[in-house]
Design a protein around this ligand. Structure first.
Ligand code: ADP
Ligand code: MG
Length: 673
């Protein structure tokens, strides 16, 4: 029953439309929940109609009007004993209209009423039938897409719901009891009943959420078993190179950094392939940990690939490595913008093992790029990458390749579990100890003079300033205009002290501007959010964020993290227009109160739901459809215990096969490792 085209009334065209909506098979339709419903059960008379409302009416067509002029709609005048009403058809053929609305025969129609030239009208009625019982009733409303109307969608869905397969129960009796023994098919039917919309705490909803969680964790458990089974060659190293590096940087590692480094080194030196997440708030010092462990991998004779989401960040990591790594280590960078000759040389050197460590954006995992002996993949700001991109890079690794994912968005344990399963996690909670909390203020836009005074004061003592203009997802264009406008405005006040970057500026130019800013050649950098990720500017200590109410909490926290990396006191000024929504006010207050990224992420998830927080929606990471890692913590814990039982007691997963199939998890296996 998977194939969409097996459904009645679903042709190639509809299949195509559905696929665009990521509905690839029948199961995908099951998890699309009705958003609301329309009650079409009450029959109205024409003299009772209300404009703008949906009505169901019994009418008799009395006159056709089929104009022969293009773009003019076809019209059928209808009546009942209380008045007249026109049915208007755009894009419908005369023959079809004659068929569904035969003259002088009573027909039931349903649709939205409008009023035009003193007459009631229904334009393209949703339902027309001589069989009243097909229309009268409560109809679910799903989020539709052009080309599929409500009637058609419900028809498709009812076919599925009326033909649900009887599946053998996969759950243990004890588990089932927690959901009042409700079966899968009964749960699905209930899920689609209009009166059950939004009943997240009911048995049917929880059972289905649990099904979903369990199927994911089952897969993760299988993957983990598989990874654990892989025996790789131990990497042999002495840690000696580290001492040299520590002399070149003027700080000592925090305890958390040391612990993370040890955990990674143990994995690298073991026979098990590493698949580890390194989590730490912005500025907690993940880069150096990754670089130190890279050195060990290089010492043991393997190559390292270090991937970052932006060119700027990749080159910052590259420059750092250039500065601190011993001279005999070959370090390269590869980006999409690199000139073809250089690219060719780099590519050749990679195959010949003449490069020890390569930095780059996703350019480094293109098919053409081959490694001789890749032993370590580091993915910085990993949530910015799609699963497929990560998979491509991991595919290059082979069995001897360790994988380290790094993320600055701290996420609670259930969430890590829900995304990666029970993967190994190292956490850096502690900030380098000289670091002061960033002081955060909010300022209404019309008090910009006070902000300008503050900026002047900071410039006069040698500090630098970020000035961020929002990037609202829907209208990138407008935003870069807003950054330019602000730039022009500030330039008059701070001539020769100001630069700008936004996505429309060419990468080489961008690079130059950033380097100049880094070298303190000018004082204020106006930008859109392209500076959000990872870049380190120790001398900048003020960040002004305009229209801050447009950003999510985690994003504001990340942006704020651009400052406060040096030893100076740093400041974040959140500007806003008047009329903050309650949510925006909450966000701003949380930021004023705390610098703790873990806490902020948790609050953010409560406010927005987890997909938005991590940017997964953009990155295409498989999302849960019913379950919600923030609100269903209990179900996650229960599923984890059940997995342990299954691992211990069940010989194979045959019993769970239908479940796995339902959630189309086969592809996930391929996606994750
Ligand atoms: P993130 O975890 O956000 O990637 P980075 O690795 O970019 O953070 O580090 C932020 C800044 O902190 C860098 O300038 C880095 O040199 C510095 N840093 C890292 N570890 C320490 C430490 N233990 N003591 C002082 N400064 C540190
Ligand atoms: Mg970083």
């Amino acid at each position: 029953m998977e194939d969409l085209s097996k459904l009645k009334g679903v042709g190639d065209k509809t299949v195509k439309i559905l696929k665009k909506k990521k509905v690839n098979n029948i199961f995908d339709l099951l998890w699309r929940l009705p958003k609301s419903f329309t009650d079409r059960s009450i029959l109205s008379k024409i003299n009772e109609l209300q404009i703008g409302k949906i009505h169901t009416i019994k009418i008799t067509p009395v006159k056709y009007n089929f104009p022969r002029i293009r773009n003019l709609p076809n019209r059928v005048t209808c009546e009942d004993e209380t008045g007249k009403l026109d049915c208007i058809f755009f894009n419908s053929y005369e023959g079809y209209i004659r068929k569904i609305l035969p003259l002088n025969k009573e027909v039931t129609i349903s649709g939205k009423i409008n009023f035009f030239k003193k007459k009631y009208q229904i334009t393209n009625p949703t339902y027309v039938s001589t069989n009243e019982s097909l229309i009268k009733g409560v109809h679910n409303k799903y989020s539709l897409t052009e080309g599929i109307n409500e009637k058609m969608y419900n028809k498709i869905l009812n076919q599925i719901l009326n033909n649900l397969p009887i599946l053998n129960e996969w759950h243990d009796k004890k588990i089932l009891k927690k959901f009042n023994n409700i079966s899968w098919s009964e749960s699905i039917k209930k899920l689609h009943m209009p009166e059950n919309i939004g009943k997240y705490n009911s048995n049917f909803y929880k059972r289905l959420s649990f099904d979903e969680i369990l199927s994911s964790l089952l897969i993760f458990s299988e993957i983990r078993k598989k990874i654990k089974k892989i025996k790789k060659n131990k990497k042999i190293f002495t840690n000696k190179l580290h001492e040299n590096i520590m002399k070149k940087i003027n700080f000592r590692l925090t305890n958390d950094q040391m612990r993370a480094l040890n955990e990674i080194n143990n994995d690298i030196g073991s026979q098990n392939k590493m698949f580890r997440l390194l989590q730490g708030d912005v500025g907690s010092g993940k880069t150096i940990v990754a670089l130190l462990s890279s050195l060990n991998v290089i010492e043991s004779g393997y190559q390292v690939a270090f991937m970052a989401p932006t060119e700027i960040l990749a080159s910052q990591h590259y420059n750092l490595a250039k500065r601190i790594f011993p001279k005999n280590i070959n370090i390269e960078i590869l980006s999409n913008k690199i000139d073809p000759k250089k690219r060719k040389i780099v590519t050749e050197n990679l195959i010949e093992n003449k490069i020890n460590i390569i930095f780059g954006t996703h350019a480094i995992f293109q098919k053409k790029i081959l490694f001789k002996n890749l032993g370590f993949i580091i993915i910085d700001e990993q949530h910015k990458f799609g699963v497929r991109q990560r998979k491509l890079l991991s595919d290059k690794g082979g069995k001897n390749c360790d994988i380290l994912l790094m993320s600055a968005t701290p996420i609670p344990r259930t969430l890590t579990m829900s995304i990666y399963g029970d993967m190994d996690v190292s956490i850096i909670r502690e900030k380098p100890n000289h670091r002061k909390d960033i002081l955060t203020y909010s300022k209404i836009e019309n008090k910009i003079d006070e902000v300008l005074d503050f900026v002047k004061k900071n410039i006069s003592v040698g500090n630098q300033i970020f000035w961020v203009c929002p990037l609202i997802e829907e209208s990138k264009k407008v935003d870069h205009v807003s950054a330019i406008k602000k730039f022009e405005y500030l330039k008059k006040i701070f001539p020769n002290q100001i630069g700008i970057i936004h996505s429309k500026i060419d990468d080489n130019e961008k690079q130059k501007i950033l380097e100049n800013f880094l070298n303190n050649k000018f004082k204020i950098l106006v930008s859109t959010t392209i500076i959000e990720v990872g870049i380190d500017f120790p001398n900048a200590n003020v960040i002004v964020i305009e229209n801050s109410n447009k950003f999510g909490l985690s994003q504001l926290h990340q942006l704020r993290g651009r400052v406060g990396r040096g030893s100076k006191q740093s400041f974040c000024i959140l500007m806003f227009k008047s009329n903050l929504s309650e949510n925006a006010r909450k966000r701003i207050n949380i930021l004023k109160k705390t610098n703790d990224g873990f806490l902020i992420a948790e609050e953010d998830m409560k406010l927005r739901g987890f997909g938005d927080v991590l940017g997964f929606k953009q990155s295409g990471l498989k999302n849960y459809r019913l379950a919600d890692p923030v609100h269903n913590e209990d179900l996650f814990i229960m599923a984890k215990e059940e997995i342990e039982r299954i691992e211990k007691n069940e010989k194979n997963l045959n019993k769970y096969k239908p479940l796995l199939k339902l959630y189309d998890q086969a592809d996930v296996i391929n996606d994750i490792i």
